[in-house]
Design a protein around this ligand. Structure first.
Ligand SMILES: NC(=O)c1ccc[n+]([C@@H]2O[C@H](COP(=O)([O-])OP(=O)(O)OC[C@H]3O[C@@H](n4cnc5c(N)ncnc54)[C@H](O)[C@@H]3O)[C@@H](O)[C@H]2O)c1
Ligand SMILES: O=P(O)(O)OC[C@H](O)CO
Length: 391
């Protein structure tokens, strides 16, 4: 193959490799051996991202192996296995109903089998299940494998507060980046236009273009005409915003449920954005402030989540019904997960450990309302009082 012929011109206008918008095409070297991709997870977002990835793997056979495996936590749906339904009817009837999935997406209930010979792993499960999944994968994933985490949350433990991408790297010994953005799954699945951010550091053992994953490969894997991707380096920045906006959204749900309207919701988002940036500066100084303002994973995700995400819905129902968070999550989400409920506890535990609770009054107030029944109506005072203490 000639040097010119082994480069692919990927759709112009959509594959601008950096932050700069450009209409010129980007050439991508055909892979020496097409990358095999597996998506771990098949919930609302897991299935949506698997659809995106499968469409691109089918579209670029010179770069990706066409078949994409999706690991499914097996469930019985009215006497049928969920994997069988997905593989025959090409729909995830429980977590992403009424969306047709590509026929090159194969649901697999066997985690270890699903990662056999894989080159790129896309993690996409509610983050409370990550330690168990990583535990099962240990010893079954080669160190040449590269990963992207679409999860939103943190791991808080003996090592302090950790990004989930760093946790995956530590547990499995593989390079891991992140994908995060203003991405309500059903809108992306319906192919309504949205943007997202992928962040990835090229590792020291990078094997070269065409042999290893780089920013162009990641753009080709995730970019669709309806899903515009920017690829950057700031894994910490996009992960912090993705995790913490879920906590802010719970605060918005409380004030909405109380009937306080848009002004109150905007006030919560203003305070929340400040706390998100402060959290990044204090605990992940490598994160870049411009990521919060310029990337889809930053303020845009905060806005969409606080407008229409699952966390805001759960908190709104808590306020209107008086039921606790877990009842509301169960009642509203049919097995899906509102990640802010877990993240606010993780954040509280971490802030207590390092004596910084008072620097984050909104995060603390959300935690106290959910876990200790503090009255939602006191939210403005809780934020203000703690603010004054902090000064
Ligand atoms: N849904 C969205 O709009 C959206 C958008 C962007 C990011 N995210 C993030 O993506 C991640 C995945 O979210 P999701 O929406 O795909 O999940 P989800 O909330 O739909 O959760 C359901 C999934 O959890 C699985 N599950 C249940 N019990 C399990 C167990 N014991 N072990 C393993 N898996 C189990 C189910 O099989 C199902 O696949 C989360 O971190 C979320 O914050 C979600
Ligand atoms: O539905 P939520 O609250 O989990 O938010 C969904 C996405 O994270 C929005 O980007």
């Amino acid at each position: 193959m000639s040097a010119a012929a082994d480069r692919l011109n990927l759709t112009s206008g959509h594959l601008n490799a950096g932050r700069k918008r450009s209409s010129s095409s980007v050439s991508l070297k055909a892979a020496e051996k097409p990358f095999k991709v597996t998506v771990i997870g098949s919930g609302n977002w897991g299935t949506t991202i698997a659809k995106v990835v499968a469409e691109n793997c089918k579209g670029y056979p010179e770069v990706f192996a066409p078949e994409v495996q999706m690991w499914v936590f097996e469930e019985d749906i009215n006497g049928e296995k969920l994997t069988e339904i997905i593989n025959t009817r090409h729909q995830n009837v429980k977590y992403l109903p009424n969306i047709t999935l590509p026929d090159n997406l194969v649901a697999n209930p066997d985690l270890i089998d699903s990662v056999k010979d894989v080159d790129i792993l896309v993690f996409n499960i509610p983050h409370q299940f990550l330690p168990r999944i990583c535990g099962q994968l240990k010893g079954h994933v080669n160190s040449h494998v590269r990963a992207i985490s679409c999860l939103k949350g943190f791991e808080v433990g003996a090592k302090g507060v950790q990004l989930l991408s760093s946790y995956i790297t530590e547990e499995l010994g593989i390079q891991c980046g992140a994908l995060s953005g203003a991405n309500i799954a059903t809108e992306v699945a319906q192919e309504h236009w949205s943007e997202t951010t992928v962040a990835y550091h090229i590792p020291k053992d990078f094997r070269g273009e065409g042999k290893d994953v780089d920013h162009k490969v990641l753009k080709a894997l995730f970019h669709r005409p309806y899903f515009h991707v920017s690829v950057i380096e700031d894994v910490a920045g996009i992960s912090i915003c993705g995790a913490l906006k879920n906590v802010v959204a719970l605060g918005c749900g409380f004030v909405e449920g109380l009937g306080w309207g848009n002004n109150a919701s905007a006030a919560i988002q203003r305070v929340g954005l400040g706390e998100i940036i402060r959290f990044g500066q204090m605990f992940f100084p490598e994160s870049r402030e411009e990521t919060y303002y310029q990337e889809s994973a930053g303020v845009a995700d905060l806005i969409t989540t606080c407008a229409g995400g699952r966390n805001v819905k759960v908190a709104r129902l808590m306020a209107t019904s008086g039921k606790d968070a877990w009842e509301c999550e169960k009642e509203l989400l049919n097995g899906q997960s509102a990640q802010g409920l877990i993240t606010c506890k993780e954040v509280h535990e971490w802030l207590e450990t390092c004596g910084s609770v008072e620097d984050f009054p909104l995060f603390e107030a959300v935690y106290q309302i959910i876990y200790n029944n503090y009255p939602m109506k006191s939210l403005p005072d809780m934020i203000e009082e703690l603010d004054l203490h902090g000064e």
